[in-house]
Design a protein around this ligand. Structure first.
Ligand SMILES: NC(=O)c1ccc[n+]([C@@H]2O[C@H](COP(=O)([O-])OP(=O)(O)OC[C@H]3O[C@@H](n4cnc5c(N)ncnc54)[C@H](O)[C@@H]3O)[C@@H](O)[C@H]2O)c1
Length: 360
């Protein structure tokens, strides 16, 4: 008798781990129940985690969100990690929370938990929204993602107006202007704190340029300016470090491959989405730079889509209040000057589209 009671208790214990009850008393979704003793997560002695920053990922259950959440859980600068999505965030949270790194992980599901997910955050990373399928441009995502970004931005304005925002959802050239308009309307707009993530363009540029030059990509640094779609992605190959020169053919090949890197992945995935793993890597690289800036590290310089000039991806210096300096483009060659004119023309239309959507 005693033996079968023990077995039943063990089975119940194991099944509560495999399929933890959600939202039963614990605000943060996932709770721990040990035997009959009812030990709740909130009763555990360890509550704090390591010192560091509070980071929220919105869209955390998606193709980018999941590896991004995993990599941010590994980041020693993060003390609290909030994972928000409209689906599946409890599962992702339970999974990630078992990693034995410093950050405490909490999950939030559905719009009525958006405010809890955002309250007190230092950095909010947004990969929420639909990705491209073959044949689509980033602009084709506008109708769905514009509304998602608007709602999320309203939440940020209300709950963590001082947070640094890393906006990944496409079309970045329009979603960043939408967020800016929402913040302006709420009276919380600070151009230093709203950043469109164009890091993947830089990561790709470093990789492709390193391939052509036969170098280690970690030694290569390519500034990529403009925006994050097609011809608005403008790699400045004349400013590559280490200093080098390219033939006309190499310049054309590299510019085209960098501008179409996203489409290369969308086509290879054949309907199963767009870049997720390299994007998560790039997002973490960028988020880490933002956190190092917040910590007060000197000389943190990256490319990002910023909301001044009026909107343009530039090399920026990140610091305690976000973007502390926007660097000028520097000397451009003829090929880059022509590219810049094309980029500006297309960018203008995408910015206007975002601004007028948000003003509706
Ligand atoms: N900036 C870049 O360089 C870059 C690169 C790749 C992809 N992207 C963009 O990132 C976005 C996400 O791509 P993905 O591959 O992860 O897509 P995905 O569909 O795999 O994941 C998106 C996630 O967002 C969630 N979501 C939808 N509506 C939401 C809402 N209102 N609030 C919170 N979460 C919501 C979904 O449930 C899903 O889990 C897309 O817009 C894609 O185009 C940007």
């Amino acid at each position: 008798m005693q033996q079968s009671a023990d077995i039943n208790r063990r089975i119940a214990q194991i099944s509560s781990h495999i399929n933890p009850p959600i939202n039963q008393g614990c605000k943060y979704c996932v709770f721990l129940k040990v035997e009959e003793g009812n030990l709740w997560r909130s009763d555990c002695r360890a509550k704090g985690g390591s010192p560091g920053f509070k980071v929220a990922i919105l869209g955390a259950a998606g193709g980018i969100g999941q590896p991004l959440a995993m990599l941010m859980k590994m980041n020693p600068l993060v003390s609290v990690l909030h994972l928000y999505d409209v689906v599946n965030s409890p599962g992702v949270t339970a999974d990630i929370s078992h990693m034995d790194t410093g950050a405490v992980v909490r999950g939030f599901l559905g719009q009525n938990q958006l405010e809890d997910a955002l309250t007190g955050m230092d950095l909010v990373i947004i990969p929420a929204g639909v990705p491209r399928k073959p044949g689509m441009t980033r602009d084709d995502l506008f109708n769905i993602n514009a509304g998602i970004v608007k709602t999320i931005s309203e939440g940020i304005a209300k709950c963590c107006p001082k947070a640094i925002v890393n906006l990944i959802s496409n079309p970045v050239n329009s979603t960043v202007p939408i967020a800016a308009e929402v913040f302006k309307k709420a009276g919380t707009y600070d151009p230093r704190r709203l950043l469109g993530v164009t890091m993947l363009d830089v990561v790709r540029a470093n990789t492709f340029v390193a391939e052509v030059l036969g170098l280690d990509p970690r030694e290569v640094s390519v500034p990529v300016v403009g925006g994050h779609a097609g011809v608005t992605i403008l790699p400045l190959l004349s400013q590559v470090k280490p200093a080098c020169s390219f033939t006309k053919e190499e310049t054309e090949y590299l510019t085209s491959r960098i501008q179409n890197g996203g489409t290369e992945v969308v086509e290879a995935k054949a309907g199963a989405g767009s870049a997720t793993l390299s994007m998560a890597y790039a997002a973490v690289k960028f988020a880490d730079a933002c956190l190092r800036g917040l910590r007060g590290d000197a000389g943190v310089i990256e490319c990002a889509f910023v909301t001044e000039l009026p909107f343009f991806a530039s090399r920026v210096r990140l610091g305690r209040s976000g973007v502390e300096e926007i660097y000028p483009l520097g000397p451009l060659n003829e090929y880059e000057r022509v590219g810049l004119e094309k980029a500006k023309k297309e960018l203008g239309g995408s910015i206007d589209k975002g601004v007028s959507f948000a003003k509706k």
